[in-house]
Structures are given as C-alpha cells and as structure tokens.
Design a binder for this molecule. Structure first.
Ligand SMILES: [Zn+2]
Length: 408
C-alpha cells in the first residue's frame, strides 16, 4: 500500500519518502515536475544518479510510476495548444527514460468542446504513437480513467478503449484504473454485483490485459474509507486475485502513513466489515486528524480575519480611504487561507503501493501532515455525459459528484 509523499528534497528523496510511510512498495509514483508547471528545470545528473542508486538499493527497480503534467491536453484540436502539451508530454517521458522509469500515467485530455470525443481520442493516440517513436526508452504509457465531466476524455471506458485501438505499439500502452474517478463517472463499485458489472464493461471496452495499475485519486472530501465509496471496494481490490500483482496508487490527501497500513490491513480479511477492525481504527484516526486540522484551519482563518479587521479599523480612523482597504484585506485573508496549499511549487510527491508487502508492516507514525488541499475553483455544473452506443447500462448510472477540475 502506498502514499503520496513530498519530494521537496530532490527527486531522489522520493524513495526515502516512500519508505517512510510504510510503502515497501511495488510501485512508487512520483511527480516529474512541479504539479502545475509547463516547464521545469532539467533534473541535474547528480540527482539522477542518486535516484537510480536509491531505487536499486531499496528494491524499487521497475516500480516507479510518475504522474504526468496536469496541464497537458493531447486531445485539444487546436494545433498550437496541442503542440505545447506535446512538448510537456515528451519532456515527462524523457525524464522517465532518463531516470530508468518504465511506467508513466497521465490524464488523456479533453476535446475542449471543439471536436468530437472520437476525434480527441484520435489525436491523443497520434500523440502517443509519436511519443513511442520519438522517445528512446519510452516507458509504457498508462491512460487514466477520469471522473468523466463534460468534454473530458476518459470518463467512459470506451474512450480509453478507442485510444488504445489506435495506438500502434500495444505493448507500450495501458490503463491506470482510478476507483474514485470511476465511481464519480458513474461506475459503481460498492457491491460485488456492481463491481463485477463495472469490470465486465472494462473487459468489453478495453480488455483486462491493459489494466496495469489501480489508482485512488485525490478526492478532496474523502480519504480512504471516509467517502461515499466506503471501504468495501478497497477490501475487494486488496483481496481479489485479478489485482494481486497490481500496483495501487493512492492520491488521497495527506494521511498516507495511516492509509497505507489501513489498506494492507484488509488483506486476508473476511468479506465482513466486522473483520476489518484495524483498518477501521486507522480510518477513524484519519477522520479525527482531518477534523482537527479543519478546526485549526478555521480558527486560524478567524484569527487572521479578526486581526485584519482590527488593523483595518485603526487605519479607518486615520484615513479616509480606510473602508476600501479593510474590505480588500479581508478578502485577501479569505482566499489566502483557502488556497494556502503548499502542494504546488517545487514539490514532488510519491505514491506507492504494494499488495505483496506484509500486512503487518507498521508505518512509522510520523505526524501526518495536515496539508491543506488547494482551494478548488468553484465546481462547474457537470454537463451530462454523452453515452455511447456501447454503454448499455449507462442509464442506470448517475453522477455522484459534481465535476471538478481534476488537478491531482
Ligand atoms: Zn491522475
């Protein structure tokens, strides 16, 4: 089981960080560049060497899976914009090659409403074909299924199936199935029957052979076991033989040193929540920690507000323009405390998961970082997804989550 750890100390620190959260993992997923940046400095050779040395030393060879730049959109019909995305895509892949990484996961893109889904899938496949040709030592490129809002490609398994159909080198393409995204897109996973129905559609539209990794995307409101998805789907993937060698990548916010062991603790348990005590204990700890962090954040916010109001009040007495100033200060304070995430910038993250690892592994109980999640741009209303001819059961699905700009 894995987590999402900071790589602020340089790309090589990913490996230490992965270990520190108890991920004696099968996979480490890292960021190759700051999360929301087009360009990034080249990785210095010394860091490359150190990264490779640690990968070897800690047994992570062939177990690292970076997540692509979040800004790229290979489905954009605008050639200039797509070229820019392609530049970042190629850069990411070249970084993988440089670091000896053989799996790479990315968000397929969006039609941006200017072309059909099929056309967007076509350009995405073209880009992948081009990358396969252009990048020496190109890793296997994994398409991530998305939450499926609006013009986003990958909400439906059929989108991914179509892209793969158009990729020439089938040995270098696959899918990272994100459970949270799938659920948000209307693929139910919460019961045995629903889970199997979803897997059947995956098999039909994509093919199980292309499933190379599982993900649990950052869902702002839910850590493992605390969201609508519940614990059962995690119990399922931790125990179902079909996923037994598959890496699972967590992108939940912040509490990996508990969530990783929480997932491991599901291994070998009975299909009965009463048998998941250790997991439920850890989930409860995360819930309490989150609550505390939220309270602390709220208190801070109030304090800052009060201070600013006081300061503004004094100024108001002195200055005629005071009123306008107070207002501005307040709104600055608000946005500041909502979006004061340190997720961006020169931070890299790691996620790892191993199902093989001993369930008993106890993660060092480092203080969970009560990291603030970046403020979401106000959720846009989710346009209805067009259902394709092949999606027989789509009418049964309904959207469970508002569309969110999916930055992580
Ligand atoms: Zn992702």
């Amino acid at each position: 089981v894995g987590a999402h750890v900071s790589m602020a100390g340089g790309i090589e620190s990913a490996i230490e960080n992965a270990k520190s959260i108890g991920a004696n993992g099968e996979r480490v997923a890292i960021k190759l560049r700051p999360k929301m940046a087009w360009a990034s400095k080249p990785i210095p050779q010394a860091n490359v060497d150190e990264f490779k040395r640690r990968v070897l030393a800690e047994g992570y060879t062939s177990k690292v899976m970076p997540h692509g730049c979040y800004l790229t959109n290979l489905g954009n019909p605008d050639e200039d914009k797509r070229a820019k995305s392609m530049g970042a895509f190629i850069d990411d892949l070249e970084r993988c090659a440089l670091l000896g990484i053989d799996l790479f996961n990315f968000h397929p893109g969006s039609s941006v409403g200017n072309c059909t889904t099929e056309e967007a899938c076509g350009t995405i496949a073209d880009c992948i074909n081009q990358a396969h040709k252009q990048v020496k030592g190109c890793p296997t490129i994994l398409l991530e299924n998305m939450a499926g809002a609006g013009n986003i490609i990958g909400g439906r398994f059929s989108d991914l199936g179509l892209i793969i159909k158009l990729v020439k080198d089938k040995s270098k393409v696959g899918v990272c199935l994100d459970t949270c995204h799938a659920f948000a897109a209307g693929y139910d996973l919460r019961t045995e029957a629903a889970f199997e129905e979803t897997m059947a559609e995956f098999e039909r539209e994509i093919g199980f052979g292309y499933l190379k990794a599982l993900g649990s995307h950052k869902d702002r409101h839910a850590n493992i076991g605390l969201g609508e998805l519940g614990l059962w789907p995690f119990f399922k993937v931790m125990n179902d033989k079909r996923f037994s060698l598959m890496p699972i990548v967590l992108e939940t916010p912040g509490y990996w040193n508990r969530e990783v062991p929480a997932l491991y603790a599901l291994q070998g348990r009975r299909n009965d929540p009463a048998d998941w005590q250790e997991t439920r204990r850890l989930v409860e700890e995360v819930r309490v920690l989150r609550e505390q962090a939220e309270k602390a954040r709220e208190a801070e916010k109030q304090k800052a507000k009060a201070e600013k109001a006081e300061k503004g009040g004094k100024e108001k007495g002195k200055q005629a323009k005071g009123k306008g100033k107070v207002k501005k200060a307040e709104s600055d304070g608000d946005s500041g405390s909502d979006s004061s995430s340190s997720d961006d910038g020169e931070e890299y993250r790691v996620k790892t998961i191993s199902k093989k690892a001993a369930a008993k592994q106890s993660a060092p109980a480092k203080k969970a970082s009560a990291k603030k999640t970046p403020a979401k741009a106000a959720a846009k209303p989710a346009p209805k997804r067009k259902s394709t001819a092949a999606s027989g059961s789509s009418s049964k699905r309904k959207k469970r989550e508002p569309a969110h700009s999916d930055d992580d």
